[in-house]
Write a protein of this length. Structure first.
Length: 232
């Protein structure tokens, strides 16, 4: 076969591979886009800046990585905690439910969260810790089923807020999202977290679709109800 003939015969193969690649990319985009759109639509009308937030008895703060050494929050988590403390000081919430991984690779998130809130002026009597909120879905479901939270302000950064509000509302919490700041975060950190959150929406949609049970099952706790009673 001449070189020219070989080149001509290779063209259909290249076109087929291009079509297959296009189909693969389109399918991947759909798999990512549909769950992401579900979270954004579900959270539509339920996201606020801190100074525009409505009121609720409980503010749910979702955990994040703590600093090396295991005693201080990293900037992302510190931003969430500062926002929650501001909501309590402004009278927009009475009790803070901090939810995170108490035994994870980033150490005890909820102990660090509780300690930090206390240092910035939140009365310890107003803080309840759930050390088994291993991910966003678990934090929402456990807030509802274990701690009896029916309405809450959910605090996290804006890139995560749609997914968090969508999941909390899916499990039955009348959730309103409040965007946390992150003034000392690097832009690359926020970009990386934003991209990762788009991917996480696929898992979130699946968890909601199958009504997944939380990784840790616990009996009903009166800790939030008791804290609310103490702050009347």
């Amino acid at each position: 076969m001449s070189e020219q003939a070989a080149t001509v015969s290779a063209r259909p193969r290249r076109r087929r591979w291009r079509r297959r690649l296009f189909v693969l990319l389109a399918a991947t985009a759909a798999v990512l886009a549909v769950p992401y759109l579900w979270t954004q639509i579900s959270a539509s009308g339920h996201r606020y800046a801190e100074d525009e937030a409505p009121t609720a008895d409980v503010v749910l703060v979702l955990g994040a990585q703590v600093a090396p050494g295991g005693t201080e929050p990293m900037p992302v988590l510190r931003g969430r905690l500062d926002t929650a403390a501001g909501l309590v000081r402004a009278g927009r919430a009475r009790v803070v439910l901090v939810s995170g991984d108490g035994t994870g690779g980033s150490r005890d998130e909820t102990t660090v969260m509780t300690s930090y809130l206390t240092r910035v002026g939140v009365d310890p009597a107003r803080i309840v810790a759930d050390p088994s909120g291993l991910d966003t879905y678990d934090s929402c479901l456990r807030a509802k089923e274990v701690y009896g939270v029916g309405r809450a302000l959910v605090v996290t950064q804006s890139y995560h807020l749609g997914r968090a509000v969508a999941l909390c509302r899916h499990v039955g919490i009348d959730a309103e999202g409040v965007a946390a700041g992150c003034p000392t975060c690097r832009r690359i950190t926020l970009l990386r977290n934003s991209l990762r959150d788009v991917l996480a929406c696929t898992k979130a949609a699946w968890d909601a679709l199958v009504d997944r049970r939380p990784a840790v099952e616990s009996p009903l706790s009166t800790a939030v109800t008791d804290a609310l009673a103490r702050t009347r």
